[in-house]
Ligand binder design. Structure first.
Ligand SMILES: Cc1ncc(COP(=O)(O)O)c(C=O)c1O
Length: 226
């Protein structure tokens, strides 16, 4: 990200980072990154759904007009015009999602209690183990780089078995994976694959669960492969 931010700065671009897949998995310092905006979702980090965070640099947010009208975002209304409230209220029109904010706060406290360095290290360890175990499955193709250059997930295809069939068998074995395009349909088109299966790991996953996944994949192959 540091490299990308520097390149964006070099051409005078404003930088908005989608951190939905970073903040839940590793320590992130938005100021060190020098991002103008940084967004992340609550439900990917043990928090409630329908909620998230948008960090923005104060100087930019001060210059921006509100995008939505409602209670609390207004300081003064006259028949001639309106004045906006201070940050962050200017952008928080109406009754906020209070329960979700409290829930996300609890999730943040929980994750910080565990330690984001620990979460990151745990995922790296599990991913390396899963990479090794999945590499042993005949006909399984892991998409993307080696274990050192990926986040806590492995997307793959199994020769001769449609990804949705793979996920159905894994589901029966108690393993929840995702099958589909994973918001990256053009990338799948480019690799000439209809879809892929994706196993992802978080702080609660264990090496034993990776073993269950690997064993279930052997089963899927026995059932479907020809
Ligand atoms: C990188 C990234 N950005 C954005 C989203 C969407 O987040 P939300 O479900 O909070 O809209 C996702 C989740 O699918 C994601 O992985």
């Amino acid at each position: 990200m540091h490299e990308l931010v520097a390149k964006a700065r070099a051409v005078g671009a404003t930088v908005l980072i989608d951190g939905a897949q970073s903040v839940p998995h590793m320590p992130v310092d938005v100021q060190a990154l020098d991002a103008d905006f940084y967004a992340f979702s609550s439900h990917k980090m043990c928090g409630p759904t329908g909620f998230g965070v948008l960090y923005g640099k104060r100087a930019i947010l001060d210059r921006m007009p509100p995008f939505m009208g409602g209670g609390e975002m207004i300081r003064e209304v006259t028949t001639h015009g309106s004045k906006w409230n201070d940050l962050p209220y200017k952008f928080e029109a109406g009754t906020p999602a209070i329960a979700e904010a409290v829930g996300l706060g609890a999730a943040v406290d929980y994750l910080q209690g565990v330690g984001m360095d620990w979460v990151h290290a745990h995922e790296r360890e599990l991913t390396a183990y899963a990479y090794a175990r999945l590499s042993e499955v005949e006909g399984l193709r892991i998409l993307g780089p080696g274990p050192d250059r990926r986040g806590g997930l492995i997307a793959f295809t199994l020769q001769g078995v449609h990804p949705h069939d793979v996920s159905a068998v894994l589901d029966r074995e108690g393993v929840a994976v995702r099958a589909g395009h994973h918001c990256a349909q053009p990338l799948h088109d480019r690799h000439c694959i209809p879809a892929s299966v994706r196993a992802s790991f978080y702080l609660y996953n264990t090496p034993e669960e990776v073993d269950v996944l690997a064993n279930a994949l052997h089963k899927a192959q026995d059932i479907f492969a020809f």
